[in-house]
Design a protein around this ligand. Structure first.
Ligand SMILES: [Zn+2]
Ligand SMILES: [Zn+2]
Length: 254
């Protein structure tokens, strides 16, 4: 029996999110049904909704979901009914990069997450009026009350953890933190420059503040964001609306 749920559907590129009833497949062997409690909004959702990325529409977006597991497929061993989970991107689990512990570089990452609109076999777990619509966005399509989620997208968290605060860990936070901790790995004395103090940039600031980097410089055009960046660990901030960023960076003060 399909599960009926309410989702924010984007009908065509450039259209607004519209609340609509959709049907979800029963979770397959490697899938779970999650009741969403919260979902972050990432610029990638807006990029797809605007029609700038080739995701099949109408469809359901959302890729920073957080919720509670209501059903698990027969083959799922990582989470149980009642577990609190954060949802992130999906991956195949069997290509070289997945086996080496780098699922973000999965060989089938793009079709599985961003542009396919369905599972690896091309089917979507979301339908409306008997017609399949775009789903499985980042393995989840979490702008809905419920989602059929690839079990590889779900990470179990402490049931006391506040899901509404943790939801953006699924994309924005790990992108900013991962860039600093896993790729840049700043050494003592080095300077980290973060351009743009949104969710990703501010996460990078928090991560950089926990490294031996001597300076964390943040550039943005919004004073409130720069103020927040300071609270989160920026040692210097530059308001690009007021000064020339390149000149400012070359000045002896930096
Ligand atoms: Zn994102
Ligand atoms: Zn893979």
């Amino acid at each position: 029996m399909p599960t009926s749920t309410t989702a924010a559907v984007v009908e065509t590129g450039g259209a607004k999110f519209t609340v609509s009833t959709v049907d979800l497949d029963e979770p397959r062997s490697d899938e779970i049904l999650v009741r969403l409690v919260a979902a972050g909004l990432c610029h990638t959702d807006l990029g797809v909704a605007s029609g700038a990325l080739p995701f099949p529409l109408p469809g359901v977006l959302g890729h920073e979901g957080a919720g509670i597991v209501e059903k698990v497929g027969a083959g799922v061993t990582t989470v149980d009914v009642g577990d609190h989970v954060l949802l992130s991107f999906s991956s195949c689990g069997s290509c070289g990069n997945c086996r080496d512990g780098h699922p973000a570089y999965c060989a089938t990452w793009l079709p599985l997450n961003l542009i396919g609109g369905g599972r690896a076999d091309g089917t979507s777990p979301v339908s409306r009026g008997g017609e399949a619509i775009g789903g499985h966005f980042f393995g989840q399509s979490s702008f809905a009350h419920h989602a059929v989620v690839d079990a590889r997208s779900a990470v179990k968290v402490d049931p006391d953890a506040p899901l509404d605060i943790l939801a953006p860990l699924g994309c924005g936070v790990q992108t900013g933190v991962g860039a600093v901790w896993n790729v840049l790995k700043p050494c003592p004395g080095q300077t980290v420059l973060v351009t743009g103090a949104g969710a990703v940039g501010l996460s990078a600031v928090m991560a950089a503040a926990l490294t031996p980097a001597s300076k964390v410089i943040v550039v943005d055009r919004v004073p409130a964001r720069l103020e927040l960046a300071r609270d989160l660990g920026a040692t210097q901030v530059i308001n690009a609306a007021e000064v020339d960023t390149a000149e400012e960076l070359r000045s002896p003060a930096h």
